[in-house]
Design a protein around this ligand. Structure first.
Ligand code: AG3
Length: 280
């Protein structure tokens, strides 16, 4: 008998991975978490039926989520990650020697514990001394956050379902704006450019109402259906202009991000430029 996991994006379209065995299935306080061993994508993390990552292709998403905003800033020191309980975003942040402190605000401790146990190649950076883990609701955290505290905020969330809904709303971006320094940058995952176009449009416009510079870019992510979108809000620096720093010690270790990809990723296909009302 063959066993396949499928995430359905619509009635007629889904992404499937062949499963070698189930590793664990947990009902946490907030969500259902499943981990499987797949035939050729390594281990797979699923939350509420949505693919969060596989060991084989998580590098593309995490590198693009983190290094694009980090290299768009001349000296990022104080970083906040909302979500990201698997540790992938933190691992990429820790490569930057200029980063002094990383606060990770994750609502579900169970995700962190399971990833520490089953995804050591992703979660190992939780042990870095610069990382401070807070088990809290990211939306509440932002409401009460000190002003002008962070250089960069990274939002590594699930889809806008359940407790994550508020992470895609204007009020949340306003709180992030306040918590960022005068030259701060926020970067969020903004959904599938094929299956969540409406979400992407909403994120782009709500962010645009709050930040003077708003940009969307794409990266190739096979297990999220081909491509994924990220949206950056910036107070001063324009990420579209390319990296502001060269840091060989970071760049030489990466598998996806490079200076040319940084620039190329912001070039959007026509249908998306039209949808976001950008010049073609
Ligand atoms: N980021 C997951 C992106 C959302 C995926 N959505 C989906 N498959 N429907 C969080 C996990 C990576 N750190």
């Amino acid at each position: 008998m063959e066993l396949w996991f499928m995430e359905k994006y619509s009635e007629g379209w889904g992404i499937s991975l062949k499963i070698k065995k189930g590793i664990c299935s947990v009902e946490s306080k907030y969500q259902k978490i499943d981990i499987f061993e797949t035939l050729d994508f390594g281990k797979l993390l699923v939350i509420n039926g949505a693919i969060m990552l596989t060991e084989k292709d998580e590098f593309a998403y995490h590198e693009m989520l983190v290094h694009t905003p980090l290299f768009s800033h001349p000296n990022p020191k104080n970083i906040l990650v909302i979500g990201g309980g698997d540790g992938g975003a933190v691992r990429e942040l820790c490569r930057h020697k200029c980063v002094e402190k990383i606060d990770l605000v994750e609502i579900d401790e169970e995700v962190i514990d399971l990833c520490r146990r089953h995804f050591p190649s992703i979660a190992y950076a939780f042990e870095d001394k610069r990382v401070n883990i807070l088990i809290e609701d990211g939306i509440e955290y932002m409401k009460n956050c000190n002003e002008k505290k962070y250089d960069i905020i990274i939002v590594d969330s699930t889809d806008p379902i359940g407790p994550a809904v508020g992470l895609f709303q204007r009020e949340f971006y306003e709180n992030c704006y306040k918590a960022l320094k005068d030259d701060g940058i926020i970067n969020v995952q903004s959904g599938s450019p094929y299956f969540q176009e409406e979400l992407l449009e909403k994120v782009f416009h709500s962010m645009g109402e709050v930040f003077p510079i708003t940009r969307t870019y794409l990266a190739g992510t096979p297990t999220y259906g081909g491509m994924w979108s990220f949206t950056t809000g910036s107070k001063l620096y324009d990420p579209l202009k390319g990296p502001m720093r060269k840091d060989k010690s970071v760049l030489s270790d990466l598998k996806y991000y490079n200076e040319k990809i940084h620039i190329g990723a912001f070039q959007l296909p026509n249908y998306l430029s039209r949808r976001l009302e950008l010049d073609l």
